[in-house]
Design a protein around this ligand. Sequence first.
Ligand code: ZN
Length: 182
Amino acid sequence: MSFCSRCGHPTTSKIPLGDHQVREVCTSCNTIHYVNPKVICGALVIWENKVLLCRRAIEPRYGLWTLPAGYMELLETMAEGAARETREEAEANIDIEQLYCMYDIPRIGQIYVLFKAQLVDGKFGAGEETIECRLFGEQDIPWNDLAFPSVKRTLEHYFADCQNNIFPIHHEALGTRLDHTG
Ligand SMILES: [Zn+2]
């Protein structure tokens, strides 16, 4: 059973009048509890043709490599969120260059927004949610130890775009599993 976040009474699953989807609705105050997709902001951080990856110190995907990224907070822009997550997870300051990749992941209600950025002064560390951070050239990317499909796709896009030195915005839908990213 779920409870109303406003008044604490039980909620019930039903389609509100004029709506088309089942929602949790309070049996006392009638508050409708909408659940909508969440935005995840992050950065593909570049330094001297290498990309910055973080090894996760948290579940899910503990020990696997990811891009600095996390849930967008209230009162910040997407770019500010990407810079904040990079400071938190990689202890790095970045200069954001452009919006680079947007992924819809409808199965889990997530939207990824990833910016291409340059590392400032080449300095980075490892934040609380990170075991270690490292710069990887294309030959060294740990392709079999990446945490999420969004990480794999972004790296694939980046190294392909490097061939032409043109970095268009990539927008696509992804699945949730690394072996079925279509
Ligand atoms: Zn209520």
